[in-house]
Design a protein around this ligand. Structure first.
Ligand code: NI
Length: 128
């Protein structure tokens, strides 16, 4: 049986921005934590929704026709196939729920893009 996992405690160990870390798995979804600052990149995930939950700070999800502001305790689901860009003016701590097949920056690759292996590093969580 698993242990209790605490989002804030997991995030205290994260040193790099925009580098999601897998901390659990629920069926075909990974539970991840990440520290964000600045913006990622415009992208979409053709086949997967992704859930953002704010542990600390504020995150704006930019869409082409609007922006959604998320504060501590809020969550938001980015629908599959929709262009989006997460922006954190100040450091923001988040949890993510993403299908195991979800690529970090969706349909684009940048120097910021983290592979699934990067995200799984040392977690002990099983791969696909
Ligand atoms: Ni995304």
């Amino acid at each position: 049986m698993g242990q209790a996992v605490n989002f804030a405690r997991e995030l205290e160990q994260v040193t790099d921005y925009w580098s999601p870390r897998v901390v659990g798995r629920v069926n075909d979804q990974y539970v991840k934590v990440a520290k964000l600052k600045g913006e990622l990149v415009w992208h979409k995930h053709d086949a997967e929704d992704e859930l953002f939950y704010i542990v600390k700070g504020r995150l704006v999800i930019q869409y082409e026709d609007k922006a959604v502001t998320l504060n501590q305790g809020d969550f938001h689901v980015v629908p599959k196939g929709v262009m989006h860009n997460p922006v954190a003016e100040e450091e923001c701590w988040i949890a993510l729920i993403e299908t195991v097949t979800t690529a970090h920056t969706g349909d684009v690759v940048t120097e910021r893009t983290k592979s699934l292996e990067d995200q799984l590093g040392g977690s002990g969580v099983t791969t696909i």
